[in-house]
Design a binder for this molecule. Structure first.
Ligand code: GLN
Ligand code: ZN
Length: 752
């Protein structure tokens, strides 16, 4: 039985690629050194796959920045602003990804890869785009694997997914370039076919509703690609959801094989078996590529054995559900992790072995020692008192409808909140202030035990006092404590909640050299004690102005963690919501009457298929309400979101029923407010007037102009003045200058 993975993480177990990239960008190391690190990583990753016993090693999954950008480079889809390149050398490649500061050419756009936290570079296509084979990277890397003695299976992003995710310049219809693009694809496939038996074409887009053009072009395009493959075969890979309506399209693609994600789409095996053409192999994506839990072998085998009975070892392959890009690299490095919890986990390296373990076990009936050992680990996790907390489970069962709404509707709350005596167009910030080197140094020193708790607390209090006083001087109306005690808006809370644990090296790539280390939610979540109250209370004690308490919302904590897979995401989210609810109430008791609960990641949790989005939004909104509605009408609840594509979800956002929402909008010059033309947002709103992603200080005039625009959409009584997002990454000089301008602009508007 053939076994494989859809791709391996390229960043390296010790983030070697990140280090090499950043050092190269800083000019501290040469291109050659970077290329050597990359080659070494590829070789290591191929060795891992080979020694796990997989039939193939994945090639073309390595990337210096992003695999979608690699595809654009291969296809010659390069925006005109970068000139007419004859070939894509590394310097050009990085300009596409990161912009060319010297020539003042902005980078290509970046966005999230389906519903993961990985960001890809969006292809830009215009009438001028002239597709041609511009980068031979995938061919070279496949040849490199052959030379080293590996059996490669190169992976390409399929043309349908590529085009569906591309963006046409000024409304250009990208599909007009389809014939030329397909010609490049066939060139690529022809060359690759000389090096390998199988070529993997990723078409995750088939798990989403297709556009009419994609649906109409799929079959003819695949007929051409298959014809180009010569003696090798195409493996059509889909993942992240079920195929549903697109199953027939995939089955009739004429490809040599079809791969389905059996972890995230498990309802269609029977119809698949009935319809799978004789000429097609079926690859079962049985080992989850996006999580860190051990596969339950017993459950997996009960699904695989009937498949094996029907297809035999010739036509059944086993693989990872999707690329392992979204999983951390190697569990072996987690020596500090609690041994019990560790016994429940598998990272990318371990997942490779899981696939071959399962392949061995599928073909024989009965248990082998590996299966028995796995069952012990799975049972230990299921029964562990670390995982199960009866109190939490009971509390979850006793949520009443009253706990999901505020006591009174917004108009009454507005009256009840008038005691806060806020001026028209109140000014505020989103929570964090610059995380200076001094703050980071002190945090590190405390972590290393170089300074004691008292010293560290003293340092943070001084910092808080400093930012509060400064905000008073600058004339802001609603103040924040600055979040200097927080390293990260999710980790900070995870560390104080039970049910969470943390890895030392569990990094996954977010974009480019950027990695995140998501906390692990392994058990029922509860809050042993208040998490933020002391800091906020202290901040309030040094000012008479209202201080805004700052929390992270349940959906954001969920989306930015590795979540347990034994209960639903909705249940986990409710558990977090109950913990946050307690914190909100404790803040209120401590005299904090404005509380912001950030839901920066609400849109990231959105399911791949359009039709599943309503039910997701329902529980996501419910979680937010559960977290926030336990306060009096006179307490003001804020929320914050870091994006501006609201049109589709604005009603759900209104349903969250926060008194005030702040959103990102300055970059789009308030374009997002267009959606308020048709939909009258019922509560208060602060559209960002200052783009905090850039060091540029917005002028007073510019802010006034944005506010005037905002006033035409939102009644002035319900408008707030704030930046786009937190100021953590900015420096003090530009922060102070920008706040000054923002406060002055608000004053000008009030006078008007
Ligand atoms: N309160 C957080 C901050 O200011 C919000 C960050 C975010 O939205 N990503 O940093
Ligand atoms: Zn934000």
């Amino acid at each position: 039985m053939e076994t494989h993975i859809l791709g391996f993480p390229r960043i390296g177990a010790r983030r070697e690629l990140k280090r090499a990239l950043e050092s190269y960008w800083k000019g501290k190391s040469s291109e050659l050194e970077l290329q050597q690190t990359a080659a070494q990583l590829r070789k290591t990753h191929w060795q891992i796959q080979q020694s796990a016993g997989l039939s193939f090693v994945s090639t073309g999954d390595f990337s210096y920045y992003d695999q979608m950008l690699d595809m654009s480079a291969a296809l010659g889809v390069i925006p005109e602003r970068f000139g007419q390149a004859e070939e894509i050398d590394l310097a050009t490649y990085f300009k596409l990804a990161r912009g060319d500061a010297q020539a003042n050419v902005p980078a290509m756009e970046m966005t999230k890869w389906f519903n993961t936290n990985y960001h890809y570079i969006v292809p830009e296509i215009s009438p001028m785009t002239s597709p041609r084979l511009l980068s031979r990277k995938i061919i070279e890397e496949t040849a490199e694997a052959v030379e080293l003695g590996f059996t490669p299976k190169p992976v390409l992003i399929g043309p349908i997914t590529y085009l569906e995710l591309s963006k046409g310049r000024n409304g250009f219809n990208c599909w007009e370039k389809l014939p030329e693009l397909v010609a490049v694809y066939t060139d690529l496939i022809k060359e690759l076919s000389a090096l390998c038996e199988w070529i993997q074409l990723d078409e995750p887009i088939l798990c989403r509703e297709l556009s009419a053009q994609a649906a109409a072009n799929f079959t003819p395009v695949y007929a051409r690609l298959n014809a180009a493959a010569n003696s090798s075969k195409l493996l059509l890979t889909t993942y992240f959801d079920t195929l549903d309506d697109n199953l027939d399209l995939a089955l009739n693609s004429g490809c040599g094989g079809l791969h389905l994600d059996l972890v995230r789409g498990n309802k269609q095996l029977e119809s698949l078996l009935a319809k799978l053409p004789e000429s097609m192999i079926f690859s079962a994506g049985i080992v989850e590529g996006r999580n860190i839990w051990k596969t339950d072998y017993t459950a997996a085998l009960s699904r695989l054995r009937p498949l094996y009975a029907a297809l035999g070892s010739e036509r059944l392959w086993l693989g990872s559900s999707c690329s392992l890009l979204h999983a951390p690299v190697d569990l072996t490095n987690e020596t500090d992790l609690d041994p019990e919890i560790r016994s429940w986990l598998a990272f990318a390296v371990q997942k490779c072995t899981e696939i071959t373990d399962l392949a061995t076990a599928t073909t024989v009936n009965g248990d082998n020692p590996v299966i028995i050992k796995n069952r012990e680990a799975i049972t230990s996790r299921r029964k562990s008192t670390r995982v199960n907390n009866p109190e939490v489970q009971q509390r979850l069962g006793s949520i009443t409808p009253e706990m999901l709404k505020r006591a009174s509707p917004y108009p009454e709350r507005k009256t009840a909140q008038s005691w806060l005596k806020l001026p028209l167009l109140p000014t505020t910030t989103i929570g964090s202030f610059p995380q200076t080197g001094e703050i980071r140094r002190n945090r590190l020193a405390y972590k290393k035990g170089e300074i004691n708790t008292e010293e560290y607390t003293g340092f943070l209090k001084d910092e808080i006092k400093h930012v509060v006083t400064l905000q008073e001087e600058l004339g802001l109306d609603v103040l924040v404590h600055g979040e200097s005690e927080r390293n990260d808006m999710v980790e900070y809370f995870g560390q104080q909640l039970s049910g969470f644990c943390f890895t030392a090296n569990g990094w996954v790539q977010s974009y480019g050299s950027r990695c995140v280390k998501p906390p692990v939610i392994f058990g029922d979540i509860s809050r042993p004690q208040a998490m933020t109250v002391e800091w906020i209370k202290y901040a309030q004690s040094v000012t008479d102005k209202p201080l805004k308490g700052m929390l992270t919302g349940p959906v954001t904590i969920l989306c930015w963690s590795f979540v347990r897979d034994d209960i639903t995401r909705k249940e986990v989210s409710s558990q977090i919501a109950l913990a946050i609810r307690d914190e909100v109430q404790d803040l209120e008791k401590a005299g904090i009457h404005i509380i912001q609960i950030d839901e920066a990641a609400l849109s990231e949790g959105m399911p791949v298929k359009q039709r599943d989005r309503t039910s997701y939004l329902e529980w996501a909104v419910e979680s937010f309400r559960l977290a926030t509605t336990g306060v009096a009408d006179s307490t003001q609840i804020h929320t914050h979101m870091c994006y501006s594509e609201f049109n589709d979800i604005i009603e759900s956002i209104a349903d969250m029923d926060a008194d005030v929402i702040s959103i990102e909008s300055s970059r789009s010059r308030m374009e997002l407010l267009n959606c308020f033309k048709d939909f009258k947002y019922p509560n208060e709103i602060g559209p960002g007037v200052w783009d905090i992603h850039s060091p540029r200080v917005p002028s007073v005039d510019e802010i006034v102009e944005l506010l005037e625009k905002a006033c035409t959409y939102i009644p002035k009584e319900r408008l707030w003045v704030n930046p786009d997002c937190g100021l953590k990454t900015r420096d003090w000089e530009e922060t102070i200058a920008s706040i000054k301008n923002m406060v002055e602009a608000a004053q000008i508007m009030r006078n008007k």
